[in-house]
Design a protein around this ligand. Structure first.
Ligand SMILES: NC(=O)c1ccc[n+]([C@@H]2O[C@H](COP(=O)([O-])OP(=O)(O)OC[C@H]3O[C@@H](n4cnc5c(N)ncnc54)[C@H](OP(=O)(O)O)[C@@H]3O)[C@@H](O)[C@H]2O)c1
Length: 279
């Protein structure tokens, strides 16, 4: 496994396991398999409702806490709650978390960011950041932040590499975790001739070429999968290199096309959602 270094010196695995699809009642088997396949970064969130089952799964496995890298996201309903960070740690059964993000720019996100900063100062969180923040809301956080985001988690794949946000954050050295890194493995990305030709030339799959593209961009992709063959092959991207010419051909696919499109209506709804399994 290769590592990416965040601007505060924290080293994180270059590829992680996205756990959005792990419903609480079906977490144990795929997560165990992912760890056996070599994943050490687990991406979860309050809203995935699987923080507790991740804790229970890890409890029965032989991995040391310091060898795991756990990322979670605070849901907007809880940005104002004094103990929203501590409750996240408690659900996960850990006394510090490697990365904690605000999930969406909804509700009182400035209060939420202050909670992250306080937890960072106390050592409860090793690195902090934002997910799905753009434009004015991103600027609002940056203007008040004492600790600038070490990391952002945004949708990214060859159709959308979020150049504008990354350029804005470049003075801070902020790194990018890429969600939907495979574009959900649908929506045409896997059928792109450019990717298929490059995959054939390297004797790799299209998914491996996309993940290698992320790694060479300096992104940290977090693909999700239940399929043991996919889980294994998605990690097997460190033995080949895309040339500058291949990276340039892939760049021609970038049309700023996202599969998740934020709207004011969605964001207003998020702050009213109370995930029922938390209590
Ligand atoms: N911050 C946010 O707001 C946010 C939003 C969405 C997601 N996320 C995070 O991002 C993670 C990844 O998102 P995602 O799983 O929706 O998107 P994804 O990783 O782009 O796509 C997952 C899909 O790709 C398939 N797949 C995986 N590896 C493959 C391979 N080698 N060949 C062919 N198909 C393959 C999976 O099916 P199989 O099971 O058949 O492999 C699954 O259907 C989530 O789990 C979550 O942690 C964050």
């Amino acid at each position: 496994m290769e590592f990416v270094t965040l601007p505060n010196g924290v080293r994180m695995p270059a590829i992680g396991y996205g756990s959005y699809h792990l419903f609480p009642w079906k977490t144990r088997k795929p997560l165990t398999f992912a760890l056996e396949a070599g994943y050490r970064l687990i991406d979860t969130a309050n809203i995935y409702l699987n923080e507790r089952t991740i804790r229970r799964t890890l409890k029965n496995l032989p991995y040391r806490r310091e060898d795991l890298f756990i990322v979670s996201k605070i849901w907007p309903t809880y940005f104002r709650d004094e103990d929203c960070v501590e409750r996240t740690l408690k659900r996960l059964g850990i006394d510090y978390i490697d990365v904690l993000l605000l999930h969406h720019p909804s509700g009182d996100f400035l209060a939420g960011y202050r909670k992250l900063e306080q937890a960072y100062e106390k050592g409860l969180v090793k690195a902090i950041g934002l997910s799905n923040f753009f434009g004015e809301k991103l600027e609002a956080v940056l203007s008040q932040a004492k600790v600038k985001p070490h990391i952002v988690q945004l949708e990214a794949h060859p159709y959308c590499s979020e150049k504008a946000v990354l350029e804005r954050l470049s003075p801070y050295g902020t790194k990018m975790m890429a969600y939907y890194p495979l574009g959900h493995a649908e929506n045409g990305l896997f059928q792109e001739k450019i990717l298929q030709d490059i995959a054939r030339a390297h004797g790799k799959s299209v998914a491996q070429v996309i993940l290698r593209w992320h790694v060479q961009k300096g992104f940290i992709p977090i693909p999700g999968s239940d399929d043991p063959d996919h889980l294994r092959s998605n990690m097997d991207v460190f033995d080949f290199h895309l040339s500058d010419e291949e990276m340039a051909r892939i760049a021609t696919l970038d049309t700023d096309r996202r599969f998740y499109v934020p709207t004011p209506k969605k964001e207003a709804h998020y702050v009213r959602q109370i995930p029922f399994l938390w209590k």
